[in-house]
Design a protein around this ligand. Sequence first.
Ligand SMILES: *Cc1c(COP(=O)(O)O)cnc(C)c1O
Length: 192
Amino acid sequence: MAAAAAEGAAAKALRAVLGRAAKAAERSGRAAEAVRVVAVGKTKPVSMVRELYDAGHRCFGENYVQEFVTKAPQLPEDIRWHFIGHLQSNKVKSLLAAVPNLHMVEGVDNVKIANHLDRAVSSLGRDPLKVLVQALVNCKLEVCKAIDMPAEQFELSMGMSGDFEQAIEMGSTSVRIGSTIFGPREYPNKKN
Ligand SMILES: *Cc1c(COP(=O)(O)O)cnc(C)c1O
């Protein structure tokens, strides 16, 4: 971590998030290292990602292919990039060519399904997040059983700025944090 005096707003926010994630991991009986924090810099400038890199962070996520292939080559090669958006098969090649240090692709098509479920569950008057997360955890356990894999080795990526502590407490191994670290996103045409 950079010296406190030189620390910018994003690095400071990251440090706070890492601390909160570590505490949540502890509450779930795990070490802080058991939970990965992916800093999601979509719509934010390369310089802000660089600030976090300089503060020691190495795990970053992007959500749009075009933005990703423009940004990643401007940043150090030991970054572990996570692509967390919808990836069309015809884009895979260009993505891999532009970002040799792509660490993981996290499909998020299930976010749509999750949103549908969320509405359905809300209308039943139950805490939608708890129900959803429990469904994911159950799903993970079933898959582990089916393929005979120890549950600790199975990644479960869930949790964003608004709910990451709760997600970690319930077993998430990877959280994707954007706005809490980088500040609110501004979209020119308010599509998202
Ligand atoms: C933007 C994004 C995030 C980060 O969202 P915040 O609420 O800003 O933390 C996480 N996951 C995906 C798939 C995203 O697109």
